[in-house]
Design a protein. Structure first.
Length: 186
């Protein structure tokens, strides 16, 4: 791997850490992201040849990830990362890894490709660690019921899944909802 790629991966990793530690805050992705496939750019610093990935709804993207990140593809139930393409059937997400009481960090990370992200009063209410009070996040292009599914998958905290949302419509953006975040409420 060349120096430029390593530097890009470090910047990307730091951005993902920031987004995970500040749930619901929309982060602008660096301009270089998208030179290749945005999903490959985001996952490359997070995966290796022992990290499994599943892709719902886009077989071409699955091939790009396997080549660009050098990670093995797996079924949703065994995958460490699950990428959800727009319009994909998300029923298999009910079987994704949620960790166990000894290793709750063994839960999958879901990466949804969406249309747009915006902190907006009409958005879904989020609260919990990393959020001062509460924040509202509007996710355009997310399948109906997906936030309810996330809430259900994370209903036995510390077990659950972490979620990343990537939007490319206006400018590449990232927002995260870790398993510790409460979705919805008054």
């Amino acid at each position: 791997m060349d120096y430029a790629t390593v530097t890009r991966d470090h910047r990307t990793f730091r951005l993902i850490l920031r987004a995970m530690s500040r749930p619901g805050e929309v982060q602008r992705l660096p301009e270089f992201i998208g030179d290749e496939n945005v999903v490959v750019e985001l996952l490359r610093p997070l995966v290796d040849n022992a990290t499994t990935v599943a892709v719902l709804g886009d077989s071409r993207l699955a091939e790009e990830l396997a080549l660009g990140c050098r990670c093995p593809l797996a079924a949703v139930a065994e995958a460490d990362f699950v990428v959800v393409a727009p319009g994909a059937d998300t029923t298999p997400l009910d079987r994704c890894k949620r960790g166990d009481l000894l290793y709750p960090d063994g839960g999958a990370t879901l990466l949804y490709l969406v249309d747009d992200l915006e902190q907006d009063e009409a958005g879904t209410l989020l609260s919990g660690p990393g959020i001062a009070g509460a924040i509202r996040l509007r996710i355009s292009g997310l399948g109906e019921g997906e936030l309810t599914r996330l809430s259900r998958l994370n209903g036995e905290f510390p077990l659950g899944v972490d979620a990343m949302f990537v939007a490319r419509r206006n400018s590449a953006q990232l927002a995260c909802i870790p398993r510790s975040t409460r979705i919805g409420g008054p």
